[in-house]
Design a protein around this ligand. Structure first.
Ligand SMILES: Cc1cc2nc3c(=O)[nH]c(=O)nc-3n(C[C@H](O)[C@H](O)[C@H](O)COP(=O)(O)O)c2cc1C
Length: 308
C-alpha cells in the first residue's frame, strides 16, 4: 500500500513528520533515526538573527511530559541556509522550514529569503512559541495578529510552496484563529505547539526553568491536541492539519487522524527515542492495513460516528 499523500498541493512520502525543534539540526541524531524515511522534517524555528536562547535550566521533566523554555536558540537564517539546510537535504530529508520572529515584517523577510533557496518544500509559521523574550503572548492568541503575519508570509512565499500556521492549544477559540489564518492565505495549520506551563523545584523553592515558565509537551497534552484538531476539522473539513502533541505510537497517530488530522508530527518522543518517527510510521501503516477502508477510512472518522 502506498503511503504517499498530497497536502496543500505538495506531495509527501508519508504522513509522519518530525515536529519542529525535536530533531535538532538533524546531525545529532543517529543514522537509525532515518530522517529520509519520514514524510518531512520540520526544522527548529529559524529566526532572523542568531540567538543564544534563554537561561538554563531549559528543560525539566514532569509526569507524562516535559516542560521546555529554550528561547529558540540557533544560527539565524543565514547560518541555517549555509550549514543546516544543506545537510538535511543531502541526507534525503523533505524539509519544512519553521520560522519565528517578533514582527510581521521580520517574518516576511524570512519568507522572502527562503523563497530563493532550493530544498524547502513548505514553510511553517511558528505563531505559538509558549515563551517569548518580550513576555508578550504568542501571536496565535490573537486572530488579527496571527492573520497579519500569515498574510505577510504568504505574499512573500512562492505560489507552489505551502504555508502552514502553527497554532496554540492555549487559545480559547482556536477555530477563529484558524479561520483568520486561512483567510490570510494559510494552506494548512499545525496543531498544537507546547502548552504554557511551569514547574517548581520543591528542594529550592524556585521555578524549575530558568525562564520560569515554559511549554508542556508529550503525552500530557495529547487530549488538548486531539480537541484542537477535532474542533478545527469540524469547522474547516478540507483544511490540511498537521497534528502534534503527545504522538508516541501508531495508535496516537491514528487517533489524531480520526479526529481530523491529515498528518502527524512526532516531537518529545524523538528526544528519548530518535527512531520514534519511523516506528510511528510503521505502526500506523500496520493499523491502516488491518482496518477496512485502510488509512483513508481513518481520516476524520470520529466525526462521522458523532453525527450518525
Ligand atoms: C525541546 C523542544 C523544542 C521545540 N522547539 C520548537 C520550535 O523551535 N518551534 C516550534 O514551532 N515548536 C517547537 N517545539 C514544539 C514541538 O514542535 C511540538 O509542537 C510540541 O512539543 C508538541 O508535540 P509533542 O508533545 O510530540 O512534543 C519544541 C518542543 C520541544 C519539546
Amino acid at each position: 500500500m502506498t503511503e504517499d499523500v498530497v497536502l496543500a498541493g505538495q506531495r509527501f512520502a508519508n504522513r509522519v513528520f518530525a515536529a519542529a525543534g525535536c530533531a535538532g539540526t538533524g546531525r545529532e541524531l543517529p543514522a537509525q533515526a532515518n530522517l529520509a524515511g519520514l514524510g518531512a522534517v520540520i526544522t527548529r524555528s529559524i529566526t532572523p538573527e542568531a540567538r543564544a536562547g534563554l537561561a538554563a535550566p531549559r528543560i525539566a521533566e514532569t509526569p507524562s511530559g516535559l516542560i521546555n523554555a529554550l528561547g529558540l536558540p540557533g544560527p539565524g537564517i543565514e547560518g541555517f541556509l549555509a550549514d543546516e539546510l544543506p545537510w538535511l537535504v543531502d541526507h534525503g530529508a523533505a524539509v519544512i522550514v519553521s520560522i519565528a520572529a517578533e514582527q510581521a515584517a521580520d517574518y516576511a523577510r524570512l519568507a522572502q529569503r527562503l523563497r530563493q533557496v532550493e530544498g524547502v518544500i513548505a514553510v511553517e509559521i511558528n505563531l505559538s512559541n509558549p515563551v517569548t523574550e518580550s513576555g508578550r503572548l504568542p501571536a496565535a492568541m490573537d486572530a488579527g495578529l496571527a492573520g497579519g503575519i500569515v498574510h505577510a508570509v504568504r505574499r512573500n512565499t512562492a505560489a507552489g510552496t505551502p504555508v502552514f500556521a502553527k497554532l496554540s492549544g492555549d487559545t480559547t477559540d482556536i477555530v477563529s484563529v484558524a479561520r483568520a489564518c486561512v483567510g490570510a492565505g494559510a494552506d494548512g495549520v499545525s496543531l498544537i505547539n507546547a502548552v504554557r506551563g511551569m514547574g517548581i523545584d520543591a528542594a529550592t523553592g524556585k521555578p524549575a526553568l530558568g525562564a520560569w515558565t515554559g511549554g508542556l509537551s508529550g503525552p500530557a497534552i495529547k487530549p488538548i491536541a486531539l480537541r484542537a484538531v477535532w474542533e478545527v476539522h469540524a469547522a474547516l473539513p478540507d483544511l490540511p492539519i498537521i497534528a502534534s502533541g503527545g504522538v508516541r505510537t501508531g495508535t496516537d497517530a491514528a487517533e489524531m487522524m480520526m479526529a481530523g488530522a491529515s498528518a502527524v508530527s512526532v516531537g518529545t518522543a524523538l528526544l528519548s527515542d530518535p527512531t520514534a518517527g519511523i516506528r510511528v510510521r510503521e505502526e500506523l501503516a500496520g493499523i491502516a492495513a488491518r482496518r477496512e477502508g485502510g488509512l483513508q477510512g481513518l481520516l476524520g472518522c470520529a466525526h462521522q460516528e458523532v453525527t450518525a
